[in-house]
Every structure is written in C-alpha cells, then in structure tokens.
Design a binder for this molecule. Structure first.
Ligand SMILES: [Zn+2]
Length: 444
C-alpha cells in the first residue's frame, strides 16, 4: 500500500427511477483529485482520492450518512432496523448497533452545497454486501476503483464494453439454483471456459469486471443477472468486439440449455462499446443506484408488477408487513452468503491499478475519509437505548445538521437524549484535551 491517504467516495444521488439503474441521464463522471489532508491510520486507506465531477459536491466517505437526499439516509436506517429484526446472520444483526470503541461519535464533514453533514463514528459495520447500510458503502468504494481503472485503460489506448447477461427464470425457482446456473454459464463464456470464447478473449480483451445483481418480480420470481465491463485491447475493432460477444453469448446460452434452464434470450442481453465518458457514466449510475435511487420508489411509487431489489424488499416489509417479503429477503440473504458480488478477472487489477490493493468488503465498509470533526460522544449504554427507542439513531445526525456551531450541536444532542430519557452525551470539546481536538485517540 502506498502513502496514507483517503478519498471521498460517495456522491449525491439524483432522482432516477429507472429500475435497471444502468440507464438514464448522466451524472458527472468520476474524476481523480488529490487530497491534502492527512488521515487517521486505517488499513483500508489508499493513495488517491476520487471525487465526483471535480469539486466534491456531496462527495465524501462517511460510514453512515451516504450521499443521497436526507430521505435516503432515513430509508437506509429504517431498512437496517428491519434487517436487525429478521436477519439470520449475527453480524448483520449487530451492524451499527454495536459500539466498536469506547463511545459513538457524531462527526461533521463537508457536504453538498456548502452544508456540513453529520455521521456516526465508532460503530461496528457488518461488511456484508446485502446489508442495507454497508452494501451501498461497499459499492461506492468499489466504483471509485473501477472508475479509475477505466480512465487508466483509455489512457493506454484501450476501450471498455458494457454487457448484461440474463437467464430464463420462473416463479418457484430457488435463487441459489439460478445463481449457480448463471455463474456456470458465465464461466463457460469466460476466459477459463469454452475454446471459442477463450481464444477471442485472449486476443481482444485484457480482462473484465463483473457484478452480480438480483431483483425479484411478482410474476417470474428471482431474476439474477450479471453486468460486465470488458476491457478491450488497444486496436480491437468494433467488428472484433462484437464477434467476441457473439461467441461468448452462444457459449453462455448453450451452457444454460445444457443445465436445463433453456436458452438465453437475445432481448435480455446487451453489449455496447463505450466511450470514456459513457463508461464513467455507467459507473456513476451504478453508484447512484447503490446509494439509494432504487429506494426512492420502494413501497409507494412502484408500479404493480415491477421488480424489486433486496433493499426494496426490506423497505416494503417495514411499510406493508407482508410475510412473503420477509421470506424473499431471507432467501436472498442465505443465497448470497459467501458469494462475491463483484469480481475482477485475474491480473486485470494488478495491471491497471498496481499500487492499489483491493479492499475486502469489510475494509470497504469500514473505510472513511478521516475528515470527520467530532462534536459529540455518546456512551454505549446511551447508544443502546437510542436503538431501542422509537426514534432512528439518525435523529441525532439531523439535530447536528440543524445547528451552526459545534457547541450548539452538542447541546442539541444532549438535550434530545435527556428529554427522551435515553442518557447523556458529552460534547467532544469538553471530553478531551483541547490540543487533541479533532484527533481523538482510539476512535475510528
Ligand atoms: Zn452492515
């Protein structure tokens, strides 16, 4: 790993109700920027900063706040509370509920439109992709790397193609069977698979990054699919790229047929060679989707018959209380356990980002820009009471954001906790030696 650094890594989501999430109006491309500030010691820290569209409007890496409008933050935490209640995974049940250090901190950091945003520090993060709070955080971290890799590749004269891979499915099929089938078929179409794809991939591609996504629809059940970014070698023509895709699609479809799923539909397949701008837009959309666009419609605005993401299942479960949604979310949780959501083909990352180690999901979930300025400290007993109360913990963040000075923020939080008999909070300025202000020992 290189020098200690940081990067803000989420950005403000813009309204986009496209369920597939990979289309829609452009969001400013990810751009690279240096960060001047030194950060706290963190194993996940890397040597570059990725900001969105130049000045980091709303771009920041905070573990608990995300970049979306305030409503999204509430939705994520609401979903997290539902996940706590129903999950079968211990880590998920503890996520953001268990205190990692001595205290939970409320921290302020720069946000969009010159407003400071508040977030929590000192909490345990489960680091699961399917977690309503950690999942988006992990996706944002991953997207920053992908955006950088794409820029590097175009600078080296290569191009990137975006592809979508779907399979026939029907209601009643188990998600885990479908995921296994999809992965087997994709392998057949990959560099370690059938002879045709293998040969053309070696000739025309430097590797790829593939992501698994899953939605569930009322008519046809689970719909796992893959999105790929294929890094086309410099000099590869459009005709050669499309030939590669044709051969891969045939191998993919043949494998699905052999496995008894039926042939892959052309309509469900997509392959597009992207310009650098389009490639960065795809990544920005992926981020936007991950940080909450898909939640905006959950429970209220979605048309009947539309597919839902696992996060939407949680939101709907909270609002509508349907047992079926609970069952589906748990099936997804179990089916995804131990599976990788995003994968770089061997060697690709080392070639494009040689100095940037890939973070584990846990490291990605835990990473922070280190720019938080602590305004209040909440003891663990108080934190537990806050989770047990009818209020979501983010009420404390909202309070902090409503005030202009750190002293007022700390007071507002303390008053709230006292008024609701939840315990006490300590203003950070009071709690520590003034010389160490903003750089507390042992708090991450
Ligand atoms: Zn989590």
């Amino acid at each position: 790993m290189g020098r200690a650094t940081s990067r803000p890594s989420s950005h403000r989501a813009q309204p986009d109700h496209c369920p597939a999430g990979m289309r829609g109006p452009g969001i400013p491309p990810l751009a690279r920027a240096e960060h001047p500030q030194e950060v706290r010691n963190d194993p996940g820290r890397r040597s570059s900063v990725l900001a969105v569209g130049g000045p980091p409007e709303g771009a920041r890496s905070e573990p608990t706040g995300f970049g979306g409008p305030e409503d999204y933050r509430a939705l994520f935490w609401q979903a997290l509370r539902v996940a706590h209640r129903i999950t079968k995974q211990k880590r998920q049940a503890f996520c953001r509920r268990v205190v990692k250090g001595d205290v939970v901190t409320v921290e302020m950091r720069p946000g969009a439109r010159d407003r400071e945003r508040a977030s929590f520090g000192g909490l345990f993060y489960c680091g699961r992709n399917g977690c309503p709070a950690c999942g988006p955080k992990i996706a944002v971290e991953r997207a920053a790397d992908i955006a950088l890799a794409i820029s590097v590749w175009y600078a080296q004269g290569g191009r990137v193609a975006f592809s979508t891979w779907t399979m026939p499915h029907s209601r009643g099929q188990r998600l885990t069977e479908l995921l296994d089938g999809l992965s087997k078929a994709y392998r057949a179409a990959g560099a370690g698979g059938n002879k045709g794809p293998k040969k053309l991939l070696a000739a025309y591609s430097a590797g790829e990054i593939v992501k698994v996504e899953t939605t569930v629809g009322p008519t046809n059940g689970w719909h796992p699919h893959r999105h790929g970014l294929t890094f086309l070698q410099p000099g590869t023509t459009d005709a050669q790229a499309y030939e590669l895709d044709r051969v891969r699609f045939d191998a993919f479809s043949a494998s699905l047929q052999r496995q008894g799923f039926g042939e892959a539909s052309e309509k469900g397949h997509d392959f597009r060679i992207l310009s650098l701008g389009q490639a960065q837009e795809e990544i920005a959309r992926y981020v936007a989707k991950s940080v909450g666009h898909e939640l905006a419609a959950a429970g209220t605005k979605r048309a009947a018959g539309e597919s839902r993401t696992p996060l939407e299942l949680l939101i709907d479960l909270d609002r509508l209380g349907l047992e079926e949604d609970r069952r589906l979310w748990l099936e997804h949780e179990a089916a995804m356990h131990g599976r990788r959501v995003l994968r770089w083909s061997p060697g690709l990352r080392r070639r494009l980002l040689p100095e940037m180690r890939e973070l584990s999901d846990q490291e990605a979930a835990d990473s922070t820009d280190g720019l938080g300025r602590i305004v209040a400290a909440i003891p663990p007993e108080t934190w537990r009471r806050v989770w047990r109360s009818k209020h979501l913990p983010i009420v404390l963040l909202d309070l902090a954001e409503q005030h202009d000075s750190d002293q007022e923020r700390a007071q507002a939080i303390a008053h709230f906790l006292e008024a609701h008999q939840l315990g006490t909070a300590v203003s950070w300025a009071e709690a520590i030696d003034p010389h160490q202000k903003g750089n507390p020992p042992g708090v991450t």
